[in-house]
Write a protein that binds this ligand. Structure first.
Ligand SMILES: *Cc1c(COP(=O)(O)O)cnc(C)c1O
Length: 389
């Protein structure tokens, strides 16, 4: 778990009216996300849900797993949801379920969390990178043409920071060439694109419930959503040792089930997700209002037709490292998502890309700065952060 998550502090949830009224306890240390405050706000419900699971002792594929899968599918407005062990496993199993493996290529954006690339590699396939949009930092559909080969099987657009990628052009382009579209929706629970929800925009979508995500479990967890019954059945089998019934192993499978306890926690939290996303959005608008007048900072852009759920609030600035240091020195856990694009990570040098290959991805990595954002963050804290920035 990153230090920004573990450095959470106990802090009363007061809402002072102006920065001058901010008690020292509210400004002395502000985490990037505050999971303790969230737990305190729904502790009774969560404790009940966990106790229920303990007393039933149905820890593997118990009732809460199937109930959560139904509820999350309904939330995403898709037919099926399959719970798995993590977002990374979801990406890996999505590739496997679509028959993607060695000698296949999958196009992904150069600027994303490393798991997007790792999921492809775990299936034995090769990630092929493309640059991202200058403004939204999501996969640039204009770049797809340079990346496609006869080995390309799928594209994985990433809904980065809580905003959907340009799905209309990406899907149309994929459809013409018979390629699959796998959404990496790990940062986009509840996000929207035109009239549809993230999770319903491709052949299959991958979600992470890592604790710090908009919908987070209390450990690792993830799921896939799809409208395809055949794909859902394949995924149910792959996550459970490739079984089609007990001890009848049809495929090379894995042990990657969503824990029943995590599903019970997620069912409680799912009821609050819309409200939490609204709070995130409101806080993001507040940041943008306060920061918008400052020419040295670029605030996040919400592209037309998209509902942004602000998993992260990321500004861009030239003197990024100095600002990051200043905020951290003052106890504000600003962070970088991400300091290096995939092609410059040591683990991915074997892909053979060099510096300069993806100029927008490199520019985002050099200038991005994530400010604290979580539903419990107060207006006064936002004002304080902006002042320190
Ligand atoms: C968090 C994340 C993942 C991986 O999820 P895990 O549950 O941590 O394995 C994948 N892709 C993106 C874009 C993420 O942010």
């Amino acid at each position: 778990m990153p230090s920004d998550v573990s450095s959470v502090i106990d802090r009363p949830l007061r809402r002072p009216t102006s920065p001058d009224d901010v008690p020292a306890s509210e400004t002395s240390s502000i985490p990037l996300v505050d999971l303790r405050a969230q737990y305190q706000s729904i502790a009774a419900e969560l404790d009940d849900a966990i106790r229920g699971c303990l007393s039933r002792a149905d820890f593997i594929l118990g009732d809460d797993v199937s109930a959560f899968e139904r509820e999350f599918a309904a939330f995403c407005e898709v037919r099926h949801c399959v719970g798995v062990g993590s977002g990374t496993d979801a990406l890996h199993l999505a590739c496997r379920a679509l028959g993607i493996g060695p000698s296949d290529e999958v196009i992904i954006p150069a600027f994303t969390f490393v798991a997007t690339a790792a999921g492809v590699c775990l299936a034995g396939a090769k990630p092929v990178l493309v640059d991202v949009d200058r403004d939204t930092a999501t996969l640039d559909p204009e770049c797809l043409g340079q990346a496609v080969t006869s080995k390309t099987k799928a594209i994985i657009p990433v809904h980065l920071y809580g905003q959907c990628a340009e799905m209309e052009s990406i899907s149309a382009w994929a459809r013409e060439r018979g390629l699959h579209v796998i959404e990496d929706a790990a940062q986009a629970h509840g996000a929207g694109y035109q009239r549809r929800k993230a999770g319903a925009l491709g052949d299959v979508a991958c979600f992470s419930f890592y604790p710090g995500k908009n919908l987070g479990a209390y450990g690792d967890a993830g799921c896939l959503t799809t409208d395809s019954e055949a794909l859902a059945e394949r995924l149910q089998s792959l996550r459970n040792w490739g079984a089609i019934q007990k001890y009848h192993h049809q495929h090379l499978g894995f042990n990657s089930r969503l824990d029943t306890i995590q599903a019970a926690i997620l069912r409680v939290k799912l009821k609050h997700l819309v409200g939490w996303n609204e709070a995130r959005s409101r806080i993001a608008s507040r940041y943008t209002e306060l920061l918008g007048r400052r020419s040295e900072l670029t605030t996040p852009i919400v592209a037309p037709g998209r509902k942004h759920v602000f998993h992260l609030y990321v500004v861009r600035c030239a003197d990024r490292d100095a600002r990051l240091r200043r905020l951290n020195d003052r106890g504000i856990a600003a962070a970088l998502h991400y300091p290096l694009p995939v092609h410059l990570l040591p683990a991915y040098q074997w892909l053979g890309y060099t510096r300069g290959a993806f100029p927008n991805a490199e520019a985002h990595a050099a200038t991005c700065l994530s400010l604290p954002l979580y539903p419990e963050l107060t207006d006064a804290q936002v004002a304080w952060i902006v002042e320190q920035l």
